[in-house]
Design a binder for this molecule. Structure first.
Ligand code: ADP
Length: 364
């Protein structure tokens, strides 16, 4: 029997999943995470962390490895087999995603060493959004910058692909105007039609759009200029915007939605209010990009688990005729909306690892 391994290598952790390769499908076997890379108590490097993964998976015969790669630039609009040239291109995209891409690449290098001769597949989080109309990939900046790569790329593409595949399986028609809200520590929305991305809230980086656990979301660029003029370094500003803002920055308490919902501190309440307010606004923006909305899908840790957040978003979007049914429970099809709602609402569990595993199986 042969197996596929998927890896999602971050700055301090590697998330992994093992799948059994079957004739027409892939079946999940186990998932896990090695944390604390390059900390006092954790593994020294991604290579050492992969050693831990290999001990956990034991005798499994791994015949292919699939990697989540955050940035595929303008070139990669689908998953590819990794060779030296592809790895060099992935590393060259590092400046576009400095907090993620170098670690993704380190994961690929470690896996090539750990599994010599085993094919590696790169799956890009930006690839799903290469289908967006050019208009929705532009900033209102001079063309030369667009051509130099300063454009709206969009992220969470593997999650959106997972949801698009589930919707096709549920018989949602191609012409349906769908907005997917991926709400986890990172959060974004995607407007899609016929399983393709039309617009999305993250843009040049995973900072844009919705407020997130520790990221600011949409921000006036002049704030960054102001902080630079005050003498803050770009590294300090990056730390502020990526790690100290969002729900954590607003609440001064936590980046974790469960903690905030359980707190009665005024700033925790305000952080949740801000999250809901901007969800409602970005939802309207995504619906506008589709010129209407037929289906709203919630996914990600908050989207899948927090009935409170879903209900509050639904209240804020009642003006578009969106209604949840009383005591809405998810059921197999995940439908939460009432029968008289103008917009169907569903909750679906995203499965990025399964998307990577399917691509890896197909390409190897
Ligand atoms: P990541 O983006 O790191 O993959 P997840 O998708 O796991 O993150 O989402 C993590 C977020 O989901 C956290 O803010 C956590 O509080 C939130 N969450 C998980 N379960 C619940 C719940 N029952 N109610 C509210 N929030 C929840």
């Amino acid at each position: 029997m042969s197996h596929l391994l998927t890896l999602n290598a971050g700055s301090s952790s590697i998330k992994y999943a093992l799948f059994e390769r079957q004739a027409m499908a892939v079946a999940p076997v186990l998932t896990g995470q090695v944390e604390g890379i390059a900390t006092a108590t954790g593994p020294a490097s991604h290579a050492d962390a992969l050693g831990t993964v290999m001990r956990v998976i034991g005798a499994a015969r791994v015949t292919a490895v699939g990697h989540r790669i955050v940035h595929g630039g303008t070139g990669f609009d689908h998953p590819v087999l990794v060779d030296d040239g592809v790895l060099a291109q992935i590393e060259a995209l590092g400046p576009l995603a400095p907090l993620h891409q170098p670690h993704n690449a380190a994961g690929v290098r470690a896996a090539r060493t750990a599994f010599p001769g085993v094919p590696q597949v790169a799956c890009f989080d930006t690839a799903f959004h290469r289908a967006m109309p050019t208009l929705n990939q532009r900033f209102a900046l001079p063309r030369a910058l667009h051509e130099a790569g300063v454009r709206r790329y969009g992220f969470h593409g593997l999650s959106y692909e997972s949801i698009a595949a589930q919707l096709a399986g549920l018989g949602v028609p191609d012409e349906a105007r769908v907005v997917v809200a991926h709400l986890g520590n990172g959060a974004s929305m995607c407007a899609m039609r016929g399983g393709r991305s039309v617009a999305t809230t993250m843009s040049f980086s995973p900072l844009d759009g919705l407020p997130m656990g520790t990221r600011c979301g949409r921000l006036d660029a002049a704030v960054v200029l102001h902080l630079l003029d005050q003498g803050r370094s770009s590294a300090e500003i990056a730390r502020l915007l990526y790690r100290e803002s969002g729900l954590l920055g607003l609440s001064g308490l936590s980046s974790d939605m469960r903690t905030l919902l359980a707190s009665d501190s005024a700033d925790a309440v305000m952080a949740v209010d801000y999250f809901i307010e901007h969800l409602a606004r970005e939802l309207a923006g995504m619906a506008a990009a589709l010129r209407g909305i037929d289906l709203l899908v919630f996914t990600g840790g908050i989207g899948e688990n927090s009935a409170v957040v879903r209900e509050r978003v639904a209240q804020a979007a009642a003006w578009m005729g969106l209604r949840l049914s009383e005591g809405a429970s998810t059921g197999a099809t995940g439908v939460l909306s009432s029968t008289d709602s103008a917009v169907q609402v569903r909750v679906l569990r995203t499965d990025e690892e399964a998307v990577i595993a399917r691509h890896t199986a197909r390409l190897t």
